[in-house]
Design a protein around this ligand. Structure first.
Ligand code: PLP
Ligand code: SF4
Length: 383
């Protein structure tokens, strides 16, 4: 076992994630308790109701990807069900050690498209900015797990300077996406500083925060955190719920605070075998996201080629069947777009099955949501 897993996450401690700070606002006390009482180190797995064989397997798998599970998320696990969908997302499993040829350290080519450290750019108008490589929860299926292990560092002001300079120097950049790592694992004052720095760049219009905190550590969404993100920019918080069981009273409260703060809420899910690869599960997830949380389902991601994740991937045909079934059951507002982020930096492309069967000149044969073929004839006049 590599030892770094047992060393307290220095950046997180410095960032206050595990701080024993008597001056903390009431608001902040509850999430700090959630972090402290959760799984923070491999040895904490000993306190979970795993069999000796499971524990040994989990400890071996944890050498490939860090473990961290806040108490609030841990409490959602039904330990009587070995296939519990919450458990599957955070408890290391021996299958993770079975890496296949063709799996990748950097499945969507973040590094190849990184002109300066901590920034990735694949599109003219938007960039990813990585203010930290630490998270409030470590998901077993993470496509950035190699970066989280090999880089692993938290926020440092100097480390982000080249990225800020790059954004300033490129007026075509309109959207800055804070990702990582999980940007909301940073303290309020760091978030406020990053937000202020980005909004001082006149050509940037939209700040996007990609985070699993509203799912795994909802108590972290405090009024102070909301205030830290408010300013000139339109702000979109993109959450990462994968199962309706993650939609709790605490998550509802967190999302309400974010909405009342004036932020637009979207969700991306990852399609995971044994977790959410059933149409009823995805349907309930998408409905509850929109109806209860006010979070619009944005993307459903096909499993990427992260190492050791073959046991959680579906085929594309399975994903297309699910996407078509969802399209027929759910309103447009509740429907996510099924996408694959291509290796080698091809970006995210929709994978949904085509509804078009044949085209003959101006006549198209197109399948309706009920599966029946219909004819549409183009009638385009001259100006
Ligand atoms: C996912 C991603 C984005 C955001 O893409 P959207 O389709 O706008 O959500 C931007 N840049 C990179 C490099 C990405 O991987
Ligand atoms: S929160 Fe996001 S970046 Fe962090 S481990 Fe989970 S999927 Fe990966």
């Amino acid at each position: 076992m590599t030892s770094h897993l047992d060393i307290p996450d220095a950046g997180m401690a410095a960032a206050g994630m595990a701080a024993d700070d008597g001056r903390a606002h009431d608001d902040d006390a509850s999430w700090q308790d959630d972090v402290r009482a959760g799984v923070r180190h491999v040895r904490d797995l000993d306190s979970l109701p795993l069999s000796p064989a499971e524990r040994e397997a989990a400890q071996a798998a944890a050498t490939r990807h860090k473990v961290r599970i806040p108490k609030a998320y841990l409490d959602l696990i039904d330990w009587s069900d070995p296939a519990d969908p919450i458990r599957a997302q955070v408890i290391p499993s021996p299958e993770e050690l079975a890496e296949l040829e063709g799996e990748l350290d950097d499945p969507i080519a973040d590094h190849a498209f990184s002109p300066v450290p901590r920034l990735t750019r694949r599109h003219a108008d938007r960039v990813l900015l990585f203010p930290t490589y630490q998270c409030a929860v470590y998901c077993r299926f993470c496509f950035r797990k190699e970066s989280l292990t090999s880089i692993g560092r938290g926020f440092s002001r100097e480390a982000l300077e080249p990225a800020f300079a790059y954004i300033e120097a490129h007026p075509e950049i309109r959207e800055v996406i804070l990702t990582g790592g999980d940007p909301l694992s940073l303290p309020d004052k760091v978030l406020a500083e990053i937000r202020a720095r980005i909004e001082a760049v006149p050509h940037v219009r939209l700040l996007r925060i990609h985070t699993r905190v509203p799912v795994a550590l909802p108590s972290r969404i405090t009024s102070g955190l909301v205030r830290s993100l408010q300013g000139r920019l339109m702000v979109t918080v993109v959450t990462h719920f994968n199962h309706a069981r993650e939609i709790t009273d605490a998550a509802e409260q967190a999302c309400r605070a974010l909405r009342q703060g004036g932020f637009v809420l979207l969700n991306q899910s990852v399609l995971l075998k044994g977790v959410n690869d059933m149409v009823e599960v995805l349907e309930e997830l998408c409905r509850e996201l929109m109806y209860r949380l006010g979070v619009k389902p944005y993307y459903l991601h096909h499993g990427d080629l992260a190492r050791g994740m073959a046991h959680r991937r579906t085929t594309i045909a399975e994903g297309q069947a699910l996407a078509s079934a969802l399209r027929a059951r759910l309103s447009g507002i509740c429907n996510p777009v099924y996408v694959l982020d291509l290796p080698d930096g091809g970006g995210k492309v929709p994978l949904g099955a085509s509804y078009i069967e044949v085209q003959d000149g101006e006549t198209w044969r197109i399948r309706g949501q009920d599966g029946e073929l219909r004819t549409y004839t183009e009638l385009v006049g001259d100006l």
